[in-house]
Design a protein around this ligand. Structure first.
Ligand SMILES: NC(=O)c1ccc[n+]([C@@H]2O[C@H](COP(=O)([O-])OP(=O)(O)OC[C@H]3O[C@@H](n4cnc5c(N)ncnc54)[C@H](OP(=O)(O)O)[C@@H]3O)[C@@H](O)[C@H]2O)c1
Length: 295
């Protein structure tokens, strides 16, 4: 039986994937990478029967040790966008040197790969990582993710905030996104890890079953909250000024602007049904997701 190592296991995606996988594969064959063996999340994973390996994407030699004897690596992209390029290079190089057989990497969907694209800062690291993986001679599966549905409450704030503002204010224009609840990615990716040989050297585009605009999100929220919620798409300059006047930190404004313009540019308006095929069902609807968060 293959030994599988899951990175990012103390986080939302990796942890949920590991737990779905445990229903399909004996826990003795599942290893999880953690940065701090003594953290509460690492201890919880140990109590759940997973084998712990210590490693940090910044530490190449430590990664080689952590990858020793592993056959299949589920590589969750690093969370700090500014550090991704050197960290991802470390992971791919260490996988190669440790004789990992198959690497699965969580990348991103996109339309525009040019350096002028609003999301180039995000896409660039994924493009480079996909390229290193393809040139590495490792067997690969590239899992190109659409946006998490969890991004919607991150952008819009809490129920209380929405009831006060009665408005969605984002420069996303008429852009549509095929949002995916994170749990649906995790379930599908556990299905793949349990039968990794069926997905060798494939590129999968993981989109939600519906494509939704923020105008449609406002209509759904109007229904869920029983209060009119407007959608306003300001121009970028006005958006940045307004956010700054609320005291939002510059890096958060930058992130909101970058992803909003990416949505407006159609980066996440994708049609592939690869995710439905791997799940064997449709993804959770955005109406249900919003109802669970805001009702
Ligand atoms: N498609 C989307 O809409 C979307 C949205 C958000 C994020 N993402 C991407 O998806 C990834 C997973 O999402 P998530 O929700 O699971 O994020 P999360 O809950 O923040 O988890 C991130 C995981 O990565 C680990 N990690 C971060 N830096 C690391 C490093 N230098 N070395 C080793 N491990 C490291 C964290 O470990 P610690 O517990 O030690 O911090 C944690 O386990 C994110 O990292 C990000 O790249 C995508």
């Amino acid at each position: 039986m293959s030994k599988i190592l899951i990175t990012g296991a103390t986080g939302g995606l990796g942890g949920t994937t590991a737990r779905f996988l445990r229903d399909k594969v004996s826990a003795e064959n599942i290893f999880v990478l953690v940065r701090d063996l003594e953290s509460d999340k690492a201890k919880a994973l140990k109590n759940d029967g997973f084998n712990l390996r210590k490693g940090d994407y910044d530490d190449f030699e430590g990664l080689k040790k952590a990858f020793n004897g592993i056959d299949v690596l589920y590589f969750v992209s690093a969370s700090d966008i500014s550090k991704r390029i050197p960290q991802h290079k470390n992971v791919v190089e260490a996988a190669k040197e440790s004789n990992i057989k198959h690497i699965l990497y969580t990348s991103t969907v996109r339309n525009d790969e040019s350096s002028e694209a609003p999301l180039f800062a995000v896409v660039d690291a994924h493009l480079k990582t996909e390229d290193w993986i393809k040139k590495s001679d490792l067997t690969y599966t590239l899992l190109r993710h659409n946006l998490y549905a969890e991004v919607i409450p991150m952008f819009l704030g809490s129920k209380e905030q929405l009831l006060q503002s009665k408005s969605i204010y984002l420069p996303t224009g008429t852009g549509r996104t095929s949002f995916v609840p994170r749990e649906d990615f995790a379930e599908a990716e556990a299905n793949i890890l349990a039968a990794a040989e069926k997905f060798e050297n494939q590129v999968l585009e993981f989109n939600g079953s519906e494509s939704t605009s923020f105008e449609a999100v406002a209509a759904l929220l109007t229904h869920i909250l029983n209060q009119p919620i407007d959608y306003v798409s300001p121009d970028v300059e006005e958006f940045e000024k307004t956010m700054a006047s609320f005291g939002l930190p510059e890096d958060i404004i930058g992130m909101l602007t970058m992803f909003s313009l990416g949505i407006a540019n159609g980066e996440f308006d994708q049609k592939s049904d690869d995710l439905e095929k791997v799940l064997g069902r449709k993804t959770k609807s955005i109406g249900k997701f919003l109802n669970d968060v805001y009702a």
